[in-house]
Structure formats: C-alpha cells, structure tokens
Design a protein around this ligand. Sequence first.
Ligand SMILES: [Zn+2]
Length: 195
Amino acid sequence: MSNKHQHSPHTIKEPVHIRRNVAEFSDPYIDEENLPEGSVCKRCGAINSSGRWYPPDYQNPRSKEEHSSSTDTTRKAGSPSPTANANTEVVCPACRKLRDHAPGGILKLTGGFVWEHKDEILNLIRNESNKALNVNPLERIMSLRAENGEIEITTTNEKLAQRIGKAIYKAYSGSIEYKWSEDNKLVRVAWHRDL
Ligand SMILES: [Zn+2]
C-alpha cells in the first residue's frame, strides 16, 4: 500500500492559535496575589497557595509526566501540596464568575452532525473539562445547554472553551472559528459540521 501524497484531504488551518496567558493579564477576577497563604474558597474548596489555585484534593504532580510541559507559568515546579488555612475563607475567581454569570469562553456546536453524535460529544466535553479541572480548579464549565440540535457551553476562562473546541475539531474535523472580544476577556468558539 503506497500513499505518495501525504497531504490530508481536510487541512483547515485554524485561524488563530491559542493565546497563552492572556487570561492572567486581563482577567479582572484574578487577584489572588493579595490572598493569605492557604486561603480556601468557601464555595468549591479550592486552595490558594503562592498565588495559584489548587483543587481541594490536590496531589503534588511531580509523578505526572503528562503535565511536565504545562503552560501555566504561575505554577512552581515541584511545589508542595498546599495547606488549607480554614481561617481565611474567600470566594475563588471561578466561583465569582459563576455567581456573576460572567463567562470567559463560549463554545457553540452547530450542524446536523451534532445531534447525530450528541452523546459522544457530550462525553468528550466532560472528559476535557475533568482533565482541566484536575490541573486548574479555575477552569470550569459554567453552563451546558443542549437543545434544538445545538450544544452551547460557557466556561470560566477562555482557555477551556478553546481546548474543548480544539478537542472536538481534532476528533470530528468540521470547521472551527475563534473570535475574541475587543478587551480579550471573552472568546467565542464556533464549531460546525454538517452530516
Ligand atoms: Zn471556588
């Protein structure tokens, strides 16, 4: 079996690369540099340590090679598991966004393919979301609406909407488009595939 032509039939260049770290610079909800060490979110239990939020059940990731190339510049390599200081209860940025209905990302999936593969797609969304949550408790799905043949999710930050969109594009091809608001605080990801 020879295949001289290696080009893929559906090479659609993604118009914009994921912009890393934009959220950290422009996100008005990220203000934990003033928080006491070990501050605990009273809504979700996330713990702040050295300016970064950790999941309530955080384990030191030194054993997890898969995250060795993390793009999270605020993480300090090999930092110890944070110790919660129950006296300093706060509300973390993600929970404040949930409260204020202020998403950082909106992902909309349209086209006949969506409903035909609804369960698969919802599973993929859940998996990507859980993966992100284990690394950064501030990356969360805020809402998920699946109706009229379309799926729309909102996320607390722009990275998660992009990451899920990318995963769907990778799995199912189709077309994908990213649009940022002028102030860079909100990304709208639109994925489409007909049957
Ligand atoms: Zn929280």
